[in-house]
Design a protein around this ligand. Structure first.
Ligand SMILES: Nc1ncnc2c1ncn2[C@@H]1O[C@H](COP(=O)(O)OP(=O)(O)OP(=O)(O)O)[C@@H](O)[C@H]1O
Ligand SMILES: [Mg+2]
Length: 494
């Protein structure tokens, strides 16, 4: 066998949905030990390409060549058998089984027809130790963090002797530290000869691990270069066709009277009372490590979680919020970080999803108004869709995210909470979202942003609140604060 040729090659891959080409003669290759990053705007075709490679869908044209052999009529099972493993964010792990049981799922060790759990645990322990991974094989997967679950999926792939590992936006729900740990593992695996295909919207991350970078734009490869031969602005140019900055410098607006007052709001799991107030036109950023209790606090404020104690005042009036519907009715809305929980109606059209909140109280729906509002939002957020009637489940990940944002922008509210507003969103669209948030601030809305992206928090917030284990430990002005200083505040070591 020729071991010098590429490990994997995709040649002339094309794919259309209902006559719309989403991939157009795409070539892509991967060598042993290479980290090849795939970047591009939302809807560029990245996930589609790796779905074809993993056997989840079939290409209309083109071929996949693994180790010099052509793969035909691929299925997910067959691709795994051949050594191509995909790490999904919504993991295919079984929550109710232990780590060891998950590693051995489908290839259990049996003694007299019974699963030899102790032995599986022992081998799993040796295996994870050999990878320097700190995960206890005897605990249930439901007890693992998102980062640990992804690392476990990588361990599982190695156990199956994968030679190619594919990761689609693996760090988009992780904090800085967890992302760093995951990237270390990616680097180690590549040193061991595994080829890695890595999709991400975070260019800093891409440059920290990539050997090679491929840019997809509208289903066409616009650039393939060694990472050392290209700069991030060149990558951005190939992605969006114009300059866009990784750093956003915002305008400041006058801040008005207090609109929201939160007093001793106490919620599970930390049960610590938190108080803060938010003014008209103010952008209050919430920072902290993953698991610091930020989303829990905001979910309590939004009525999605029942608080243990505390009061919320809007324009000085005490609110009774026992459900998100109550919150929305009283003028507080929230854009959730998790698309799946964010209330998208996956089988309904883009237009219905965008207009549903605004139309809720209406007896008659004015279709022409819906069309013009949807059009306005599609333009504003650069939402990529084949038409307003396209089912939301058929949009790319980032475009689903944008349709949630569009929905809330069409409603009226006093306070809006963004939980990770730019997660999964491409660089061009990120600027659009920042502009939109600033317009809301200029209009006098009270804005809360939870973000794990420190540059985002530093550049967008008027004030940063730092949570740690459920307590509000610092209230800071972001001016002249560096990322490093902010991280120290998160860790409470300065
Ligand atoms: N099942 C489907 N039916 C119709 N169109 C689809 C389907 N799946 C994907 N598409 C379209 O294909 C295009 C590419 O989507 P894909 O998910 O590959 O984008 P992506 O590059 O992964 O974007 P993101 O960064 O937002 O995740 C999008 O315009 C999407 O709407
Ligand atoms: Mg995608």
């Amino acid at each position: 066998m020729d071991t010098q040729g590429p490990l994997l090659e995709l040649r002339g891959i094309s794919k259309s949905y209902a006559g719309v080409r989403v991939l157009n003669h795409v070539d892509f290759s991967l060598s042993r030990g290479e980290v090849h990053c795939l970047v591009g705007e939302n809807g560029a075709g990245k996930s589609t390409l790796i779905k074809i490679l993993s056997g989840a869908i079939q290409a209309d044209e083109g071929e996949i060549i693994l180790n010099g052999k052509r793969c035909r009529n691929t299925t997910p099972h067959q691709q795994i058998e051949q050594g191509i493993s995909t790490i999904y964010q919504d993991s295919d792990l079984v929550d109710t089984l232990t780590v060891a049981d998950n590693i051995f799922l489908g290839s259990e060790i049996k003694r007299f027809g019974v699963i030899a759990r102790k032995e599986q645990e022992r081998i799993s322990r040796e295996f994870v130790n050999s990878l320097n991974i700190n995960i206890d094989p005897s605990i249930l997967v439901s007890e693992l963090s998102t980062a640990q679950k992804q690392i476990l999926q990588m361990a599982k792939a190695l156990k199956r002797k994968a030679s190619v590992i594919i990761m689609d936006e693996p760090t988009s729900s992780l904090g800085e530290e967890e992302s760093a740990a995951l990237l270390q593992i990616v680097k180690r695996l590549s040193r061991e000869g595994i080829g890695i295909i890595y999709i991400s919207h975070y260019l800093e991350e891409v440059f920290s691990i990539a050997d090679r970078i491929t840019v997809l734009k509208d289903g066409v490869v616009t650039c393939v270069k060694k990472a050392s031969d290209i700069t991030s602005s060149e990558v951005i140019h190939a992605m969006v066709g114009r300059d866009a900055s990784l750093f956003y410098s915002r305008e400041r607006f006058p801040i008005g009277e207090v609109v929201l007052e939160v007093k001793n709001l106490t919620c599970p799991p930390y049960a610590k009372p938190v108080s803060f107030s938010l003014r008209k036109g103010e952008i209050l950023g919430f920072g902290g490590l993953v698991g610091s209790g930020r989303s829990e606090l905001m979910n309590a404020l939004f009525g999605a979680v029942k608080p243990l104690a505390g009061e919320v005042y809007l324009h000085g009036n005490k609110l009774l919020i026992s459900s998100p519907q109550d919150a929305i009715r009283q003028g507080i809305c929230m854009i959730n970080e998790n698309r799946k929980d964010a209330g998208l109606f996956l089988q309904r059209s883009v237009m219905e999803n965008v207009c549903i909140a605004r139309n809720e109280k209406k007896l008659f729906i004015d279709i022409s108004k819906d069309i013009s509002s949807t059009d306005e939002m599609v333009q504003k957020l650069n939402l990529k869709t084949s038409g307003f009637q396209q089912e939301v489940q058929r949009l790319s990940g980032g475009n689903q995210q944008k349709s949630i944002l569009a929905r809330w922008l069409l409603t009226s509210f006093d306070v809006i909470i963004f939980d990770e507003p730019t997660k999964g969103v491409d660089i061009g669209a990120r600027e659009e979202i920042y502009k939109t948030i600033l317009e809301l601030a200029r209009d006098g809305k009270g804005i809360i942003i939870i973000s794990s992206d420190m540059p985002e928090l530093l550049s967008m917030s008027d004030t940063i609140c730092v949570l740690r284990e459920g307590s509000l430990i610092h209230t800071l002005s972001p001016e002249q604060l560096t990322e490093e200083e902010l991280l120290k505040k998160y860790l409470d070591i300065a």
